[in-house]
Design a protein around this ligand. Sequence first.
Ligand code: ACO
Length: 521
Amino acid sequence: MRFDKKIEIMDTTLRDGEQTSGVSFLPSEKLQIAKLLLEELKVDRIEVASARVSEGELEGVKKITHWAAERGYLDKVEVLGFVDTPASVDWLTEAGAKVLNLLTKGSLNHLTHQLKKTPEQHFADIQKCIAYANEKGIAVNVYLEDWSSGMRHSRDYTLELIAFLAEQNVERIMLPDTLGLLKPAEVAEFVGLVSSSFPKVRFDFHAHNDYDLSVANVLEAINHGVSGVHSTVNGLGERAGNAPLESIVATITDFTDVKLNVQENKIYRISKLVEQFSGLHIPSNKPVVGENVFTQTAGIHADGDNKKNLYFNDLLPERFGRTRKYALGKTSGKANILKNLLELGIELEPEELSKVTQKIIELGDRKERVTTEDLPYIISDVLQNNSIKKDISIEGYHMTHSKGLKPTVQLKLKFYDQFYEAHASGNGQFDSFMLALQKIYKSLDKKLPKLTDFSVSIPPGGKTDAFVETVITWDFGRIIKTKGLDSDQTVAAMMATEKMLNIIEQINSGNRAGQEHLTKA
Ligand SMILES: CC(=O)SCCNC(=O)CCNC(=O)[C@H](O)C(C)(C)COP(=O)(O)OP(=O)(O)OC[C@H]1O[C@@H](n2cnc3c(N)ncnc32)[C@H](O)[C@@H]1OP(=O)(O)O
């Protein structure tokens, strides 16, 4: 069954989302999130707090209601409150809020064991609370807490409560799967039953994700008659969280005929803001907002995309303010690398492209992570290496760096067919390495050039796991510059030094390839 009607999204990141263990938003952060949710993303309503929680919470709600009143959004800002007349309603009044989401007990189990009241007493308390809220100019929606268990185990009570509320001055009845225990088939049955039994009532469905079924359950609830669903950004919420806003927007848009007000292209921005304020990192494979979910890794996929976007589905990244990426690693073929080169505006000859591909595969085998930003460094490294003969190589090293002790390096060098080892300690690891190298060169009756400049750079973006490029300028009467590339700065410098040793060796033996690396002094 499908309903071609409008569905409201009520986002509760600021109330249920904040019930995530360890998450607490500052009042100013709550205001920023509220503004983004209502003004940019354009969700229909937001729930911003539970009543009575704390002074800080009161301050946060006041900030939001003050702003919402100026913008004409007060009826979209909701606060959860309890059946505790007059406390919660008075709290809302002080906070300037105009919509109470009243938490009633939707299962006999919760009513009997937590409130220790009879249904008659509870209904009378609810009636009193609604009347008091209305007297204060506050509209009321009603949560039936633990509604899902109620429908399973105390259905008569739960339906009686709905029938009672249908006669009260309430805007909506909200059906929470408080413990996240429903299967989609049960959502279909329970929502179908209440919406057909009470056709005039507007129902919201509130999913939890304990069995990872929140999104499927939201779709079932929509298909069986609710007029609103609840979400949180990044699926924040107690235990396994609530239905993630980003996923329900994508699935409702693609799998139902329902039209939402939400602006999909703002989803990523708010997801990152909530990630930052909550301190909870978004898993990289989280649908829609995870770092990797629009990244193709396999060479075959990039090839298919080059030919006819063969590996696209309806979840186009641009819908959510994102872009498709092609990862670089051991499963990259040339097609993946071409995609990245295109982005950077770099063109390579076919032979150069093969060499760069080979290098990226090698790095991938060593578990090194390569990004688009690393690519120019890798290209330059591969192309320089390519023209250098390797008569001299660093075969092994052991470096120490400890507090209170001088750094040391044990170095093993291959000079043509012979192996040499030396140990040295200096001012830093690279200095120790150079001193050890000097010892070996001295024993060979050879001199090292003077190091005249040393620069280190990383690709833009400031990642600590980025490749480091070290460029060293050497003076041996003539000037040469060599580069090294590695995720470790000292190793990058050692690689640049190894190149220098080979270039000088080639120049001294009259090899033209070596001459190419000379710089005019
Ligand atoms: C579905 C949900 O996620 S509901 C989320 C509800 N929100 C919150 O719980 C917000 C955070 N909670 C709090 O800050 C506090 O629990 C407060 C301020 C609400 C209450 O604090 P306290 O007065 O210290 O009570 P405490 O937390 O120990 O116990 C809860 C009390 O509320 C009662 N209660 C539980 N549900 C309800 C309800 N729907 N309406 C009224 N009272 C209720 C309990 O019976 C208990 O009362 P008792 O001590 O007389 O037995």
